[in-house]
Design a protein around this ligand. Structure first.
Ligand SMILES: [Fe+2]
Length: 239
């Protein structure tokens, strides 16, 4: 499994607070069977969370060096969790935001309360430049929790769905858990990621979520989300 959503880099958003904590998060992920992490600091227009792409790339290089020095067989790739805003294609074009592992998938943050208009448009704009939208944790959105079927509008428009492992494990309440399972039953669940922020809470652990997914819909779905994560990152590529 590759974790495609994780706030691993220190002091760049509300994730890890130090390089030591980041390394501890890597150890924890590694012990849980995760092979690599795409680190996804928040990038939100109009806030202090708009890290420069070059800074993220440099920090990923440093992280990988520290991992190597610690003798851990593990790899980190650059990415971002991008807040909904206009002109995402222009932001990609001007190297202001990063796709997952600098490949063909953009992780787009879904807010927790209402759903902003225009997501379907964003999905098609991105696909016009051959980028596929990955919606981050839609199972934690109140509107979708009430009407899980509405996720199909975005799936039909071409989005992939990333559910948080902790949602499946029940860490975000029954509504998020039920919604995540409903998505899986509708075949609207492509990736399970940790969205980890630290070693103390929201940890880089995926196994509990995968166990819950297997119990609800069977082993095949678990295998398919594991395989799908490898489709996003070329593990042999150097970063
Ligand atoms: Fe996140």
């Amino acid at each position: 499994m590759i974790d495609l959503h994780c706030h691993l880099l220190p002091n760049i958003d509300d994730g890890s607070c130090s390089w030591e904590e980041s390394l501890d998060m890597v150890r924890m992920a590694h012990d849980d069977g995760i092979k690599a992490i795409v680190t996804t600091p928040h990038w939100i227009e109009g806030t202090n969370w708009q890290p420069e792409t070059g800074v993220v790339r440099d920090m990923v290089l440093e992280m990988n060096q520290r991992i190597e020095d610690a003798g851990i067989d593990f790899k980190v790739f650059p990415g971002m969790e991008v807040g909904i805003t206009a002109d995402l294609t222009g932001l990609i074009d001007r190297d202001r935001i990063l796709t997952l592992a600098e490949g063909d998938f953009l992780l787009l943050e879904v807010p927790f309360h209402s759903i902003p208009l225009g997501i379907t448009e964003i999905i098609s704009q991105l696909s016009s430049i051959n980028k596929q939208t990955v919606l981050a944790h839609p199972e934690r959105n109140r509107e979708l929790q009430h009407k899980p079927k509405n996720i199909m509008e975005y799936v039909d428009a071409g989005a992939l769905i990333q559910v948080t492992a902790g949602s499946l494990a029940g860490e975000f309440g029954q509504n998020a858990r039920r919604c995540a399972i409903d998505f899986a039953k509708m075949d609207a669940l492509d990736f399970v990621s940790t969205d980890a922020h630290s070693v103390r809470y929201r940890k880089p652990i995926v196994s509990e979520g995968l166990k819950a997914l297997e119990k609800a819909v069977g082993k095949d779905k678990v295998n398919s989300v594991i395989n799908a994560s490898y489709g996003v990152v070329n593990l042999s590529r150097q970063s």
